[in-house]
Design a binder for this molecule. Structure first.
Ligand SMILES: [Zn+2]
Length: 147
């Protein structure tokens, strides 16, 4: 081989496709190392099919392939934690009037209740025989209105 080994290139820095039949220094996924790859074909104008000289693994190199963005952009929607939900709900109910939980009682949504085990929670849904209650450490389904 007459070529000088080149410094490993980051895929996102490559602006041009390597020529067919040339050797292209590129990370091999199988070898988990930078290897010379033979350029087999250009399946599209922006991609090249490569074959690792060492293990023979084939892969497609794409021009302008971007790495997955990590943690950038403000769009990502964070799911609120149970505690955040609880804090939000707490602001909407009357905490002066916390009813103690009892499965024989009938409860309405947006009522604060105190459960002997889970503490204070806010009822988000009530139907037939069950209520959904958000406690500080998560949502629970409890029974109510039981004869
Ligand atoms: Zn390889």
């Amino acid at each position: 081989m007459s070529e000088q080994p080149t410094a490993p290139v980051k895929p996102e820095d490559i602006k041009e496709l390597p020529a067919v039949a040339s050797n292209f220094f590129f990370p091999c996924k199988k070898c988990e190392a930078d290897r010379y790859h033979r350029v087999l074909t250009h399946p599209t104008k922006t991609s090249a099919k490569l074959e690792c000289e060492v293990c023979g693994a084939k892969q497609t190199f794409k021009l302008g392939a971007k790495k997955r963005k990590t943690g950038t952009g403000r769009k990502r929607k964070k799911t609120p934690t149970p505690e955040e939900v609880w804090i939000d709900l707490k602001g909407k109910v009357n905490l002066e009037n916390i009813e103690s939980y009892n499965m024989r009682k009938r409860f309405d949504p947006e009522t604060a209740i105190e459960h002997p085990k889970f503490g204070v929670g806010v009822i988000t849904e009530a139907n037939g025989l069950s209520i959904q209650v958000t406690f500080q450490d998560g949502e629970k389904s409890l029974v109510h209105n039981r004869e």
